[in-house]
Design a protein around this ligand. Sequence first.
Ligand code: ARG
Length: 460
Amino acid sequence: MKLWGGRFEKETDHLVDDFHSSISFDQRLYRQDIEGSISHATMLGTTGIISREDMDAIVQGLKEIRQDIAAGKVHFEVDAEDIHMNIEKLLTERIGDAGKRLHTGRSRNDQVALDCRMYVKASAEEAREMLAHLVETLLKLAESHLTTIMPGYTHLQKAQPITLAHHLMAYVSMFLRDMQRMKEVYSHADVMPLGSGALATTTYPLDRQMVASLLGFSAISENSIDGVADRDFVCDYLYAAAMVMQHLSRFSEEIILWSTNEFRFVTLDDAYSTGSSIMPQKKNPDMAELIRGKTGRAYGDLMSLLTTMKGIPMAYNKDMQEDKEALFDARDTLIKSLAVFTPMIATCTFHEDTLYRGASGGFTNATDAADYLVKKGMPFRDAHAVIGHLVLACIRENKGILDLSLEELQSFSPLFGPDVYEACSLETCVSERKLPGGPAKESVIAAIQHARETLASFSS
Ligand code: ARG
């Protein structure tokens, strides 16, 4: 008979068991479920709601079940529906009547909310640690490429020269924000819902605060209906995960592009590339492509739960069981992507010569040529037009701006002097952009320093 079978005269159809059972996926919550139950039972025993003997038997029994599950010795039953009832059933089989007292003053509705909150807290921490590792990797890489000049792009058209360090630091900024988001996800999940009961609390004098502190929660939920109906905290995680994936995906796209024969900016390590079954020469950036592809899954997980939640009335409804597969899938996608992306970036080789050559084509110093004329007294809009004409002439002759002689340059503006060659060199274009946030070496060094401080502030 089912744990809830008292008021039923018939068994459920086997199709029903199969359809609504969640044990195939929610068994991954067994640690959270057992930890939550140990704290609940400890509180029940300490407050005298159940006897101390029952409390001890329950706690001992749950610990043994935990060991057995970890050792793969437990067979879960589809009939017992979910992880919560599977564990309660096992406990009662093992310790008898005391096991039947565990669920006093509790509902699966607040129990599952608790388990999910614990899982989200752990997952947010895990993601934050992996992001910290990625940021550290990028900071080291940036430090070794402070003067590696490369083209910066807008519209994927060459725009202005930057350094590889500056480009990498853009991603550092993104991933540091992702770490902050994961920290906020953690604090939204850090609210203990037990005591909400099915939806309207319970008449037992539970000590909710005790359970919260036993489980390391910093607050208890303030409304019992919200306590069981809220899945915002899961959506928060899904959004934060989707955003990390977006950042990884954009970075992956650049790695894919840069490792083409057309760009030749980077070579991936063999350990993070794959070959072709027919074309012997191929070395493909499959890991980066998969991360880009899996970003779609992570977005899907977020959209899936947002949509599931949008029309459900208060309080718990079974629809909400759909939160878990989205959560687990997003978590696995994120963790696996981070796990492969960080060493892939750490081991790739950037080609300083092609990066430099890339920056010297495409008139990346045109803005600086215009600024040169401005510094000699010409209004910016006029200087823009003069350099525009100059670029057009250069395109026709297949030359760069600084390939022209001083006389040729002066035919466009008499303000050009011999100092233009130095003023518009790639090195000067970069070194003069020393505003905070810019590509000049000293600005990037300051940015790296600041990023390290931000990183350290997460662990303090
Ligand atoms: N397996 C359920 C879930 O994941 C647990 C809560 C079930 N509650 C209920 N009243 N049926 O949401």
